[in-house]
Design a protein around this ligand. Sequence first.
Ligand code: SF4
Ligand code: SF4
Length: 207
Amino acid sequence: MFKFLQHIGDYVQNSVQAIQYIGQGLSVTFDHMNRRPITVQYPYEKLIPSERFRGRIHFEFDKCISCEVCVRVCPINLPVVDWEFDQETKKKKLNHYSIDFGVCIFCGNCVEFCPTNCISFTEEYDLCTYDRHELNLDNVAMGRLPYKVTDDPMVTPLRELVYLPKGSLDPHGIPVDAHRAGLFPVEILEQAGEDSKDVNHESISNV
Ligand code: SF4
Ligand code: SF4
């Protein structure tokens, strides 16, 4: 009898939880029903990508030490590091470096693990070409400074969702000085630093 009641209790608990989850899901759906479509008039208007956006990779030739770590950590061994051993300096000499962005999955492993930080993500997302082979960029193409939506005089930059003030969904007509809803990564780091200082201070004072 006790077991039977326990089963019923579990069943009721699961049902309530299921209804709760369905309610949560539907609340998102109903929230969207109140929203009007927002059109970005690309290419005259472009969204500013978020801080951690993984766009075309920028490469700094002089900083590369030809260690090939980027190749080893890449899930598809994509970067091509063409180097030779310089007998005079007894060091590797980089000749060419390339990444095929038609194949790259922008996972970020190479950027994350490069010991000299000579590769970094940019906010360049507009990589379309008529021929996919043109996406195979060499060190010269990867070395050029990235395109910035905010620097282009022909484009109206629009704030992406993460930059919008609280309660706003439409990036059009947002005042320039309107603060966004969340904190900037720098502000989060500063806050984290202050918190850790407070924790250290407390632990020292407890000692
Ligand atoms: S990991 Fe960095 S330094 Fe090493 S070969 Fe790749 S790009 Fe060059
Ligand atoms: S971003 Fe990922 S897939 Fe692209 S080259 Fe780097 S490690 Fe390879």
